[in-house]
Design a protein. Structure first.
Lengths: 312, 312
């Protein structure tokens, strides 16, 4: 009999196909597990698959008294209460780096689409306004990439930015041996750069660190690109800064309450939106699924998870 | 008295401001010169400024019997009949390389926006469909950049592509000492690649070289990005290939009859459009204007143009 895996979050069925070949999947479709499956079924659950951003705390874990493994699809695991998992001896796995290139690419896509105003450009052509010689909404040329200062708050986007002849600065708690300028605070990075790329790992300590003050430091020619988690930005402050032109624009793949982007935000013309598709490419899914399969297989064989989360 | 320069094409006035400080500008606003200025005024014209893509043949040159210099704003000069200019002893200048980075960046923007379907993504969030849990239009993951084969037909985009962990191939008449795979024909490049980046210099020999056969070779997962000139692609064949899914999509900054993109093209959802803004960044304009000023100044001082077109 196949080992059972509870699908705790809402995932498209097509994404689950590879797992269904190896395991018996109990798919909640993202609804509360106890509304979908009888208590005796849940009592036997030893492993579950979740989206790392979905809240999964002590109370949720206690629905599954035999739970031994929480496997996150993707890199993030910010929704999982690691302390609660540790005290219940539950292993937590994820897919480190599997979607890093895909996410870096959506960051670049959003930066370029926003700074080159591609939505406005596309609409100007598509509507016929260009053909009718109506005034161009992009008459005033904007700064391009060469010499642009890009501040990276987090991971591996810098090499892509550097290929665009831009200057790269970064802030993180640790200074790495990198050929880019290090800033000891996010404030200093925001003062220096014109694009703030938020790629930091989300967690309690990064909650709302990009606030009204940081946005003000970024300035009127500044852009924010967020491909990390919505929680890193104070979304109300962002809406205000975008509305009153404290900053020039934003490219957002993530939001505080997904899938709910506030109306005040989605009404803004100076933002390019994506529905959390950073990791949504073929190669990225194949790599993430490989990590999930390896984690689940190891767990059911009684071995340590090969892609385990290291708690901080 | 300031030297007179005829503004032969339609340019925004703001772009002409630097020239107006040094020269007396006779601005046609893109209309036929003889409709705007009296014949005796045109008879004295020694230099004109044009957009390189605007047709400027023997007959047009003969309106200005004293014409000694045709200065193109930008890199291209495909609209200028070089033989006619040579036989009239008219120097032709342009702005080589001044907008290369800006154009390469719009190429990357269009490639990423198209392959990551950013218009669809933005609309899914902006419309509220994502929040309403309506089915995602991008459920099926697409190929990402790592390992993607990008075929470059022309100039300097390769380094940017390489930063995205993509494989680069190129076709040109000459094989260069480059760390990228050389293809001896455009057909072979199209067979190999999934994104065909058209960055070749436009001219009679490149007219419609990207035709139905090349598009068919590119294939169902293939994309075309054109930041060169609309004339390089057979636009009717492109509309057909996009409509019947012979290829997956296109990113277009240039069109056969600008500013008129055909309705059949602008109606397509699998295209990202831009209104010929490749070179439209601050740095690019400053650099292009520098070349124009240097060319005009040299001409009126009786010196050779520093940024002269080398005829093939």
């Amino acid at each position: 009999m196949a080992d059972k895996v509870l699908i705790y979050s809402r995932f498209p069925k097509t994404m689950m196909a590879r797992f269904a070949e190896r395991f018996e999947l109990l798919d909640t479709g993202g609804r509360p597990a106890r509304e979908v499956f009888p208590a005796e079924e849940l009592a036997g659950i030893r492993a579950l698959l979740t989206a790392g951003g979905s809240p999964l705390g002590a109370e949720a874990m206690d629905q599954f008294p035999k739970l031994g493994a929480i496997v996150c699809y993707g890199t993030g695991y910010d929704g999982v209460d690691l302390q609660a998992a540790a005290s219940r001896n539950i292993a937590v796995g994820h897919s480190p780096g599997a979607n890093a290139a895909s996410v870096a690419d959506i960051a670049m896509t959003l930066m370029l689409a926003t700074t080159r105003r591609i939505l406005v450009a596309d609409q100007y052509v598509r509507s016929g306004d260009w053909a009718a010689s109506k005034p161009s909404p992009m008459m005033r040329p904007q700064a391009g990439m060469p010499g642009r200062r890009i501040g990276v708050y987090g991971r591996k986007i810098a090499a892509r930015c550097a290929a665009f002849e831009s200057e790269i600065g970064y802030f993180s708690r640790t200074r790495y041996d990198l050929p880019y300028q290090y800033f000891p605070t996010l404030e200093a990075l925001a003062d220096w750069c014109s694009v703030l790329m938020i790629a930091v790992r989300a967690g309690a300590e990064t909650q709302h660190v990009v606030n009204a003050e940081i946005l003000k430091r970024l300035g009127v020619d500044g852009y924010v690109v967020n491909i990390s988690r919505g929680s890193v930005i104070d979304e109300k402050a962002l809406v205000a800064a975008l509305s009153d032109k404290t900053i020039a624009g934003a490219g957002l793949d993530v939001f505080e309450q997904e899938p709910h982007a506030p109306d005040a935000l989605t009404a803004l013309p100076n933002v390019v939106f994506a529905p959390h598709i950073g990791g949504h490419t073929l190669e990225s899914h194949v790599a993430m699924q490989g990590c999930v399969l390896a984690n689940l297989t190891a767990f059911f064989e009684g071995k340590p998870l090969p892609y385990a989360v290291r708690s901080a």
